[in-house]
Design a protein around this ligand. Structure first.
Ligand SMILES: Nc1ncnc2c1ncn2[C@@H]1O[C@H](COP(=O)(O)OP(=O)(O)OP(=O)(O)O)[C@@H](O)[C@H]1O
Length: 517
């Protein structure tokens, strides 16, 4: 481990951006502790750290969203203060947030040039804007339907819009906040190619990540932050993944539970199930039994029906036809209220919009599924002290890093929001657990803890359904794997040890016949 210092890491390459002793508190939370970091020109610099380590806070300070309590930012050696993002943009800094700030009704072109167009006689010079954007696309070798409304674009296309928007405004330093968190594995490569080309044009990139393979694949330098402070900085290539894990989590060791479970009864079953999601995917007469005590992985390429199946199982989308039954009893009027009453827990993929009420406190979010519980409510009113006590226990159990249980969920770090959703859903001893992308955006210790929770739920007799685009996660955690393609089940692998990621990928793409499994 190298010792933190203020200076440039390579005297040969100019430093374009420097943070010196940046400090930031949120009330009693010391989010950044004298953080120093230098970004070399044309380099990719990864900022690695656990959930709540202080990475987003630091980047928000750099982009003028937050003001530091103390410390200094230097751009090309000049001390700068950024009161707003406008100041940071003027200094050549661009930021792509995890949750994009685009206007869905406007075209990609208008989003990119919005507020930054050159005008002639008070009119927007759209042709000039288009020519400039097309040049940028050529330079990065990315394709984008510029006249398409942003709402009709895929997540990875929207991300390209955000990157181009920053470059259009002249960014030469680009901050990417967990850029792969919302991307499917196939889309990641396209992003990495674009970042490498940016690098060749002299743009310097700071990117926040939890994923060690991404550091190795993309970064030149890595700075590790723990509890708000820099604990290590390395040149990539001179450090192993194990060393980085140790830097991130301290001395804690991380081990996955791979205990085999003995499956019990059929907890949930669907027969001849059909469902449709507008313009996206459909399910074609699915028959599937989910057994208590078993973790079933459902996988497929985005939009091929596995995500839709999870929504139907959880009751957030109605079936168009067929039957859903729980412990042998066919369910009528299947919906979320019915599913919750029957003990079906659900962790949605989009946790910030579908998983929590952002403006409400952690405590209020944690009791949202217990409103009929006499320990928590009385005459339809929430018992405040009891709900706060309940929240404190879950915060401790799920290691939610927060100020206290009254903190609004919207002000937590992404990983901690996920822990709140998991704590709420898993704390009721559910009989069926449907979880979608549960570890996206989580750090390595939190991932191990989520996997442990899922295993414990299955050990406790729940049927667990895991939808994940991370095949390594699926292979590490589940017992059985069901592969979807074109709205149908194309393979049902009872024992995950019989397949590997290559076979699964081929099944998902339709390149292998189901018998191969
Ligand atoms: N607006 C805020 N008000 C109060 N506390 C905050 C606020 N923003 C961040 N924090 C706290 O500061 C700490 C650092 O949070 P930050 O979002 O910077 O972490 P992070 O490393 O980006 O985490 P993650 O990987 O989970 O996104 C956390 O304890 C968080 O709860």
């Amino acid at each position: 481990m190298t010792r933190p210092d203020h200076g440039a890491e390579d005297p040969g390459t100019p430093v374009v951006l420097e943070l010196r002793d940046v400090d930031k508190h949120f009330g009693p939370v010391h989010a950044n502790r004298a953080v120093s970091l230098s970004l070399r020109q044309g380099s990719v610099h990864a900022v690695l750290g656990e959930n709540g380590a202080g990475k987003s806070t630091l980047m928000n300070i750099l982009f003028g969203v937050l003001t530091p309590d103390s410390g200094e930012i230097r751009v090309h050696g000049e001390p700068r203060t950024f009161a707003t993002p406008k100041d940071a943009i003027a200094a050549g800094i661009g930021m792509v947030f995890q949750h994009f700030g685009l206007v869905p009704e406007l075209s990609a072109l208008d989003n990119i040039s919005l507020g930054a167009e050159r005008t002639s006689w008070g009119l927007v010079d759209r042709d000039a804007a288009r020519a400039k954007i097309e040049d940028l696309c050529r330079e990065l070798r990315v394709e984008l339907p510029l006249e398409q409304r942003v709402s009709a674009l895929t997540v990875s296309q929207q991300q390209r819009v955000e990157i181009l928007k920053a470059l259009y405004r002249g960014a030469r330093i680009l901050i990417l906040d967990e850029p792969t968190a919302l991307l499917a594995p196939q889309e990641r490569e396209g992003l990495f190619d674009a970042v490498k080309r940016l690098q060749q044009t002299g743009v310097s990139v700071l990117f926040i990540t939890h994923k060690l393979d991404e550091v190795e694949l993309l970064a030149d330098d890595v700075t590790v932050i723990r509890h708000g402070a820099v604990v290590a900085r390395h040149r990539v290539g001179t450090v192993t993944q194990d060393e980085l894990v140790a830097d991130m989590v301290g001395a804690a060791t991380v081990a996955l539970s791979r205990t085999e479970r003995v499956p019990l009864d059929v907890a949930m079953a669907v027969r001849e199930l059909t469902a449709v999601k507008a313009n996206s995917s459909s399910l074609q007469e699915i028959d599937l039994e989910l057994r208590a005590g078993e973790i079933t992985g459902v996988i497929g390429i985005d939009g091929h029906g596995h995500q839709l199946l999870c929504e139907v199982l959880a009751g957030v989308r109605s079936p168009a036809g067929g039957e859903v039954s729980l412990f042998g009893v066919p369910q009528r009027r299947w919906g979320r209220a019915r599913a919750m009453a029957a003990g079906v827990a659900f962790v949605p993929e989009d946790r910030l919009t579908a998983g929590v009420a952002k403006h409400l406190s952690i405590a209020e979010n944690l009791v949202a599924n217990r409103l009929g519980d006499p320990l928590i409510t009385r005459f339809r009113f929430i018992r405040r002290q009891a709900s706060r006590r309940h929240a404190r226990v879950l915060i401790e159990q799920f290691d939610v890093r927060c100020r206290d249980e009254l903190q609004p969920v919207g002000s937590l770090s992404g990983g901690n929001v996920q822990k709140v959703v998991l704590a709420r859903e898993l704390s009721t001893d559910p009989r069926v657990v449907v979880v979608c992308e549960p570890t996206r955006g989580l750090d390595i210790a939190a991932i191990a803890s989520v996997h442990g929770r899922l295993a414990a739920a299955a050990d406790g007799g729940a049927a667990v359904v895991l939808q994940s685009s991370d095949l390594d996660e699926v292979l590490a955690v589940v017992n059985r794997i069901v592969v979807f393609r074109d709205g149908r089940i194309v393979a049902d692998v009872p024992n995950r040890d019989d397949v590997d990621a290559k076979v699964l990928g081929a099944l998902m793409l339709g390149a292998a016949r189901p018998e191969a499994a």
